[in-house]
Design a protein around this ligand. Structure first.
Ligand SMILES: [Zn+2]
Length: 270
């Protein structure tokens, strides 16, 4: 049996493993950063939504206060005119106008009260939230209950955490960039060789790795496939020891003798 092909694929796995081990120095930082960024975006959306409500309230208040001031001014002027009224008809007409303006004022005041109540309601909710925080009952706090200052603090903390994690990741990336680049080049060269010499094995390798499986080629360890720990039949051991391979009947990985990995590592240093 020609064992050169299997050596080529082991070498490919060996290079992949080296890249993976360097990448693992990033310690899940990219995932952690994206999770933090999601939290940050969520917090920021909450803050923006509250700001919008406050702005809308403010604008409405200003408009309503304007309406009230205007109506009061009109009433004042109508009352002045009433003192000069020449007859009852004129006087009554002015009274009706005053009545109309008074209704306008009353309506505006009701709307102002509604705003005050809404503000009061949200303050009450935040007070409740603050109490729950003090009692560590975080899971009972609804979005509305989160106090404004806590939300702001949360946003600051998250921003700082994202900054730190990004810095950490960046320094790891910079430190390992050269090595990764070199290894990727070596990997590409090795792939080209395997594609030429052992196309079917490469297809199998790629197929195995297309899922979540990181390692398609694994060592025989304690007479079992080290990918899934399923025992390798005894009658296959000899072949493996001789430098051949066995396809694990449980996980489908290519099982080889560990010596092949040692050889692959040595050949890489030449
Ligand atoms: Zn297996």
């Amino acid at each position: 049996m020609d064992h050169t092909k299997i050596n080529l694929i082991v070498r490919l796995q060996h290079i992949d493993n080296m890249i993976e081990s360097i990448m693992s120095m990033q310690k899940g930082l990219p995932e952690e950063i994206s999770a933090l960024e999601e939290d940050l975006a969520f917090t920021s959306r909450q803050i923006d939504a509250r700001k919008k409500i406050a702005d809308d309230h403010q604008k409405l208040r200003e408009r309503l206060n304007g309406v009230i001031a205007e109506s009061r001014e009109k009433i004042r002027s109508f009352k002045e005119k009433q003192t000069l009224a020449r007859n009852n008809k004129e006087y009554d007409a002015l009274s009706k106008q005053i009545e109309y303006e008074e209704k306008e004022i009353a309506q505006a005041e009701i709307q102002l009260q509604d705003i005050s109540q809404a503000v009061h309601h949200s303050q009450e909710l935040q007070k409740k939230g603050r109490d729950l925080i003090a009692e560590n009952r975080y899971d009972e706090i609804s979005e509305e209950m989160m106090p404004d200052d806590v939300l702001q603090q949360q946003m600051q903390d998250l921003t700082e955490q994202v900054r730190q994690k990004k810095e950490e990741l960046e320094s790891i990336v910079i430190e390992t960039a050269e090595e990764i680049t070199t290894l990727r080049e070596v990997l590409a060269e090795q792939r080209a060789v395997v594609a030429q010499e052992a196309k079917r094995l490469l297809d199998k390798y790629d197929h195995l790795k297309s899922g979540t499986m990181q390692n398609a080629v694994v060592k025989l360890h304690r007479q079992a496939c080290s990918g899934c720990n399923t025992r390798v039949p005894t009658n296959r051991h000899t072949l493996i020891v001789q430098g051949g391979f066995y396809v694990c009947e449980s996980c489908g990985r290519i099982v080889v003798h560990e010596r092949l990995f040692e050889e692959a590592a040595v050949s890489g240093q030449q």
